[in-house]
Design a protein around this ligand. Structure first.
Ligand code: PLP
Length: 295
C-alpha cells in the first residue's frame, strides 16, 4: 500500500474479549471524505491522539503510547480505549506500509459525532519529514510563558493539561511566536518560572552530570521518547532524575535536548538569543539508540 495509509476503526469497548478485530478496520483512500461535519474532533478538537514513529517496519514505544492514550482518555472522560484493538490496528497498518525509512503513525480517538452513539477512531500513516539536519544541527529555542502556575493540573483538571488532546492550536501558535522571535522551537515555562515541555516535545537537561526532566506532574505529557532516553542513559551508568527544573537551572545547564517520537533528540543550540552548550556526540548516540530500538 502506498502512503499515506488511512484506516477507519470502529472502536470496541475496552472490556470486549474479541480477538479478531479485522472486521472493525476499514481501509480508505487517504483523500476520500471520511469524517462527518458534526464530528466533535473537527468541531471542538474534542479527542485525543498519539503519534508513533515506525522505523524499518517497527512501531517504536508501542506500549507507552497505548498507555498514554488510555491516560488521556481517562482525563478527558472518553471511553476507555481497547488496548488489544489499538495494538491490532497498528500491526494491521504496519503490515501494509513500506518498511523502509521512517514513518509517522497517528492514532486518534474522538468523542465522535454530536449526540452520536459512539466515539470515532482512525489511524493515519505518512512518511516522516527528513529530520537528519535538525538532529545534526539542533534548534534555537526561546522560552515562552505558558500562562499557568505550577500545580495548575491539580487545581484546574478541566484544563486537561496532562492529556494529549487534539487541541494543538495553542502549541502551534507558540511555534509561530518562536519563529517570529528568530528561533526554531520553544520551551514553555510556568508563570512562576518552572520548565514544562516544548509544544511537541519533552525537555531533558544535563546539569552537574545528572540528566533531569521536569516531573510529569499532570501539567505536561510523560514523553515516551524521554522515557526511552532515560532507559538508555541508565543502562550506560548515567544518573537520571525527575524533578522540578527552574528556568535558571535550564539557563545554567551544560546541555539540553528536546525529544519527541518522530524528530527524536535535538540539541538546544541557543536559548533566548544566547549560545547554548551542546554535546553532539551524545546527541548522535541518543538518536542511534532511538532509531535502533527496532533491532
Ligand atoms: N509534550 C508534548 C506537548 C508533545 O506534543 C509531545 C509529542 O508530540 C511530547 C511532549 C513528547 O512525547 P513523545 O516523546 O511521546 O512523542
Amino acid at each position: 500500500m502506498p502512503l499515506p495509509f488511512t484506516l477507519l476503526i470502529d472502536p470496541v469497548p475496552a472490556e470486549s474479549a474479541q480477538i479478531d478485530f479485522a472486521d472493525t478496520f476499514h481501509e480508505i483512500e487517504s483523500a476520500a471524505p471520511a469524517l462527518r461535519v458534526a464530528e466533535l474532533s473537527t468541531q471542538r478538537g474534542d479527542g485525543i491522539f498519539e503519534t508513533l514513529a515506525v522505523v524499518g517496519g517497527h512501531p517504536q514505544e508501542l506500549e507507552p503510547h497505548i498507555s498514554r492514550l488510555a491516560n488521556s482518555a481517562e482525563i478527558c472522560e472518553l471511553p476507555v480505549p481497547n488496548a488489544a484493538q489499538w495494538r491490532a490496528a497498528i500491526a494491521y497498518a504496519v503490515a501494509r506500509v513500506p518498511h523502509d525509512g521512517e514513518l509517522a503513525l497517528k492514532i486518534v480517538l474522538s468523542r465522535g459525532v454530536e449526540h452520536g452513539p459512539a466515539p470515532t477512531a482512525w489511524l493515519h500513516a505518512t512518511r516522516a519529514p527528513d529530520h537528519k539536519a535538525v538532529r545534526q544541527n539542533g534548534v534555537r529555542v526561546v522560552t515562552l510563558d505558558r500562562g499557568y502556575p505550577r500545580g495548575v493540573a491539580e487545581r484546574a483538571p478541566w484544563l486537561l493539561m496532562g492529556a494529549k488532546t487534539l487541541s494543538y492550536a495553542v502549541n502551534m501558535a507558540a511555534l509561530r511566536e518562536a519563529r517570529r522571535r528568530g528561533a526554531d522551537d520553544t520551551i514553555f515555562l510556568t508563570t512562576d518560572g518552572f520548565v514544562m515541555e516544548g509544544p511537541t516535545s519533552s525537555v531533558i537537561i544535563r546539569a552537574g552530570g545528572v540528566f533531569i526532566t521536569p516531573a510529569p506532574s499532570g501539567a505536561i505529557l510523560h514523553g515516551t521518547t524521554q522515557q526511552s532516553v532515560f532507559e538508555f542513559l541508565e543502562a550506560e551508568g548515567e544518573r537520571t532524575e525527575y524533578r522540578d527544573v527552574t528556568v535558571d537551572e535550564l539557563r545554567r545547564a551544560d546541555a539540553a535536548w528536546l525529544v519527541s517520537s518522530v524528530r527524536l533528540a535535538v540539541s538546544v543550540t541557543e536559548l533566548d538569543g544566547q549560545p547554548f552548550p551542546t554535546d553532539q556526540p551524545l546527541t548522535r548516540a541518543l538518536n542511534a539508540h532511538l532509531l535502533g530500538r527496532a533491532a
